[in-house]
Ligand binder design. Structure first.
Ligand SMILES: NC(=O)c1ccc[n+]([C@@H]2O[C@H](COP(=O)([O-])OP(=O)(O)OC[C@H]3O[C@@H](n4cnc5c(N)ncnc54)[C@H](OP(=O)(O)O)[C@@H]3O)[C@@H](O)[C@H]2O)c1
Length: 298
């Protein structure tokens, strides 16, 4: 039995399609099974929440492999960014050890760092430390920016382009990314799952892969590309970081969880997420990531 968290997300949906085509039974830890779409009839469902440790301890029964994708880039009513990403992953690893799980696959970020300016990347670094310290065989996947047509990020940009005469970009928009398509990430996860212990990484079966797309693009170039794909022409206007931060904090205070964007999310678009080895790890897994313009049809 394989336990998948984050099955309703961009990578999760792409991965679940691949997993349900294999013989291994899949259990999905979800807050709301409707997010699984038609795949919900092909999997076992464990209702649960990263903020509710007993829910994922129960979901771990009889599980040999965990793929932990669930994450939150904004605070939720039941837990902060630190709790949902850092502490929940630590707890999930402990639960996996107790349940006798044989392989724990964790999606980190290539930019995870203990002293990063963003809360999310600091929390991911803590989570990664917990995974790396575990004796359970583990695979860490550390991607740059992940995108998929119709995901929340691209949908938000398209909506802004429809509603606004100009396209606001927080700060200088010069942070650099190697965007990788969620479908390519899912192929990498499948390859990592199929690997025999010790095939990659150290002899003890632990491995870490950096996942990057073939191009290095600034945030501003990514916005231009999404606009082109959507058939819109908008002038990009750089909004000073302190102004964006203040404005989004006000929006969040007023709209709470309905806020279209939060400062914690916007700040992530001011931090470069680069792998020095580019597509090498993906290639090692037998995957050739496609360029963003090609995927979006720009
Ligand atoms: N997207 C990127 O640019 C990027 C970059 C680096 C690393 N990553 C990492 O890659 C992984 C997959 O990313 P993604 O883009 O596929 O993520 P995503 O589309 O944002 O999906 C997040 C998933 O986490 C689930 N989730 C959120 N809060 C939860 C909670 N409290 N309890 C249980 N589940 C919860 C969501 O479920 P609901 O349907 O219930 O909301 C959803 O399935 C994540 O670990 C992410 O941090 C992503």
């Amino acid at each position: 039995m394989l336990l998948l968290t984050g099955a309703t997300g961009s990578v999760g949906r792409a991965l679940l399609r691949r997993l349900t085509a294999t013989a291994e039974p899949v259990r999905c830890l979800v807050r709301d099974p409707r997010g699984l779409g038609s795949d919900r009839v092909r999997v076992q469902i464990a209702l649960g929440d990263l903020a509710d440790p007993p829910s994922f301890r129960n979901a771990m029964r009889g599980v040999t492999t965990v793929v932990h994708l669930a994450a939150a880039i904004r605070d939720q009513p039941a837990g902060s960014i630190e709790e949902l990403n850092g502490i929940a992953t630590w707890r999930m690893v402990r639960a996996a050890e107790r349940a006798g799980v044989q392989h724990f696959v964790f999606m980190s970020s290539v930019a995870a760092a203990r002293h990063d300016r963003t809360r999310f990347l600091r929390a991911k670094a803590l989570a990664e430390t917990a995974v790396l310290a575990s004796d359970v065989r583990h695979t860490v996947l550390a991607p740059s920016m992940i995108y998929a047509p119709g995901d929340m990020f691209i949908t938000l940009l398209e909506r802004m382009a429809r509603l606004l005469p100009v396209m606001p970009v927080s700060g200088r928009g010069q942070a650099l990314y190697q965007p990788i398509w969620a479908e390519d990430v899912a192929d990498c996860v499948m390859a990592a799952l199929a690997a025999t212990p010790g095939q990659f990484g150290s002899g003890n079966g632990h491995a870490r892969f950096e996942l990057a797309g073939p191009q290095t693009l600034s945030y501003e170039q990514i916005v231009e590309l999404v606009l082109r794909a959507a058939g819109r022409t908008r002038r990009i206007v750089n909004v000073p970081t302190p102004l964006t931060s203040r404005a989004l904090r006000v929006v969040e205070a007023l709209m709470m969880s309905r806020a279209p964007a939060t400062w914690d999310e916007a700040e992530l678009l001011e931090v470069s997420m680069l792998s020095k080895i580019g597509t090498a790890d993906a290639a090692g897994l037998g995957v050739t990531p496609r360029a963003m313009g090609e995927v979006l049809g720009a």
